[in-house]
Design a protein around this ligand. Structure first.
Ligand SMILES: C[S@@+](CC[C@H](N)C(=O)[O-])C[C@H]1O[C@@H](n2cnc3c(N)ncnc32)[C@H](O)[C@@H]1O
Length: 320
């Protein structure tokens, strides 16, 4: 013990502690051992034109089945959390086992349509009052399906969820109630941790990169939910960070629970083709309206092919 303390005292706090023979030790431990015997095909496909830059109104279980395998670079989504919210066209209070059965069915389709090296980022908040660790159960499902866990980001909302007091057993260890001030983003990769793409299409600057890899993002919740008539939007800044940190310009982005199109809006602005699906015609209409007012939307989306149009307008994307 005293030897340990003296070694720690000697450690320079600014330097990462060195592990000797790191590679060898990783090999012996079995890095992402749960994902290594996957059978994912490495051949990727293009997303067909009829699904490119579209908001599709329908049940995602039906729509996703129409997509080819391996055609999406990044999925960023936030499923209904089963909190009992009032969505336009769906229930949000299922028995937990049927909720997870349906959700995992959706995620299996998401895995199928992801490209080799593609990523899925799921924004979720567990329902603490039901003692259901939704983020852990979702992660476990992806690991059972041989995806590689890339990490978890804590989206800190600065006490947004703690306006009222619910202490549980006040001043007693008998049953204190833990309150969270944020949500989680679980990040998984299909087949490979590394994503292929031209460095010219990376659009994250150094300062943002340094700040965002710390995996705790302080972002205020969306303030316009009433305006857009949706009870559970995430803010555009959250989508912007996910897209810039985990995808290249020109990568195909899918949000299967698109709501009022926040992910799609971010994708369009950041020069990535998108597909958004939602079951509610009202939410899809709002998503279309939000997109349609963006500068260049008509030129780029209504006059495909997409990448050539982008090139013409911006001369930025490297399509090689
Ligand atoms: C948490 S919200 C997503 C909100 C979105 N992130 C945004 O910022 O607008 C989940 C969405 O999933 C949609 N949804 C629920 N079940 C669905 C299904 N079977 N097919 C398609 N969409 C569904 C709901 O209508 C709801 O808009």
């Amino acid at each position: 013990m005293s030897k340990q303390v003296s070694n720690l005292e000697k450690t320079d706090k600014n330097k990462e502690r060195k592990v000797k023979n790191r590679k060898q030790k990783e090999g012996a431990r079995g890095k992402h051992y749960y994902a290594n015997n996957h059978k994912f095909c490495k051949e990727n496909n293009a997303l067909p034109d009829e699904f490119t830059n579209k908001i599709i109104c329908g049940d995602l279980q039906v729509v996703l089945k129409q997509l080819p395998d391996n055609c999406i670079d990044l999925i960023f989504t936030s499923p209904p959390y089963n909190f009992g919210l009032d969505y336009e066209n769906t229930e949000d209070a299922f028995a937990w086992d049927s909720y997870f059965k349906a959700l995992f069915g959706v995620f299996d389709e998401c895995i199928r349509v992801l490209k080799y090296g593609g990523r899925i980022v799921v924004n979720v908040q567990p329902l603490f009052s039901d003692y259901i660790p939704t983020h852990h159960l979702i992660s476990q499902h992806f690991m059972h399906r041989n995806l590689i866990w890339k990490g978890e980001i804590l989206w800190e909302k600065n006490h947004y969820n703690c306006k009222y007091t619910a202490w549980g057993s006040w001043k007693s260890p008998s049953s204190p109630y833990l309150k969270y001030t944020g949500e989680f983003l679980e990040i998984f990769c299909k087949g490979s941790l590394k994503k292929t793409g031209s460095s010219k299409n990376a659009d994250i600057d150094g300062e943002s990169f340094k700040a965002w890899v710390t995996a705790k993002w302080t972002i205020a919740p969306e303030r316009n939910m009433r305006k857009f008539k949706h009870p559970a939007m995430f803010p555009e800044e959250l989508a912007n960070r996910v897209l810039k940190l985990f995808s290249f310009r020109g990568d195909v982005i899918l949000d299967p629970f698109a709501g009022v199109g926040t992910t799609c809006l971010s994708a369009f602005k950041l020069q990535r083709p998108y597909l958004g699906i939602d079951i509610s015609p009202e939410y899809c209409q709002v998503a279309e309206d939000r997109l349609r007012v963006l500068p260049l939307f008509r030129d780029i989306v209504e006059f495909p092919p997409f990448l050539q149009a982008y090139e013409r307008q911006n001369s930025k994307i490297d399509t090689k």
